[in-house]
Ligand binder design. Sequence first.
Ligand code: GYE
Length: 330
Amino acid sequence: MKGNTRTRTAIAGAVSAITILALAACGGGDTGAGGDSGSSGGSSGDTIRVGFSQLGAESGWRTANTESVKASLTKDAGFDLTFVDAQQKQENQIKALRDFVAQDVDVIAFSPVIETGWDEVLQEIKDSGIPVVLVDRTVDTTVDDPYVTWIGADFKQEGTTAGEWVKENAPDAKIFELQGTLGSGAQVDREAGFGEVVGDQIIGKASGNFTRAEGKTAVEAALQAYPDMTMIFTHNDDMGLGAIEAIEAAGKVPGKDIQIVSVDGVRDGLQALVDKKFNYVVECNPVFGDQLADLIKKVADGEDVPKETIVIDKAFDQTITQADVDARAY
Ligand code: GYE
């Protein structure tokens, strides 16, 4: 049901405050309850077998997220990780999830490429008794209580933050919206948040599937279809970088003739901001492997975890410096 996604959005603010405190407590206070992995109950002291279905490798964000997950779920940290890349295909993810059930892993983690279409496999996982940790994107399902915990960003807030910058800095802009993978949590919620603030300025939309190549193609077509556009709101940096190529090929100046507002904040995106080709970037932080590892450990041990952990984002304008970009870890 829609409930999962909508509920998450509605209580995001309250949950993030609670979660930040919880994370601070874990980071600093490992001497107590969570720290003694050798002697307490559950799977403490044992290797935790994790099946992780990553949705793809479509963007700089995704690459950084995969690296972060792999760097945290290591053998040394007590994990036996099976990592499967679904290449942005839901059927590949469903197959991977069924394989994890057959392997009887301790915990299944996955980042769903789109929100719907998971009912059957989520029910199968539930029947197997294996706990699910949902990562990054969200699901929209009829299955009751489909996951133990979710970690990711507040996509709707990211869209709202982008919209507020536009409202303040370019209230007359005619905007083309470059959408991510249609039906993905990141697309649905960023679009909703942005639309609530500056929906009346949008003159057209099309999807670039979160990739640079498809973003470029979509903008080539949009430049023909909407010759009066003065701004692109892109749901990620990679598509925005493709947009730069299309705009320059059409003899226009990105960042001036056509402003670009983006989400993610990967190094190439921030470089485009320093180069004045992007105008504003809302961060979506992909580096949460350590928090994920913590959650998975607790889930495997049967400890209580928050239903949601919201990863904190920032935003950048053109005052960012080259030194800031060079210091970026991803
Ligand atoms: O913004 C985009 C990636 O789900 C937050 O997916 C993620 C999005 C991210 O392809 O670059």
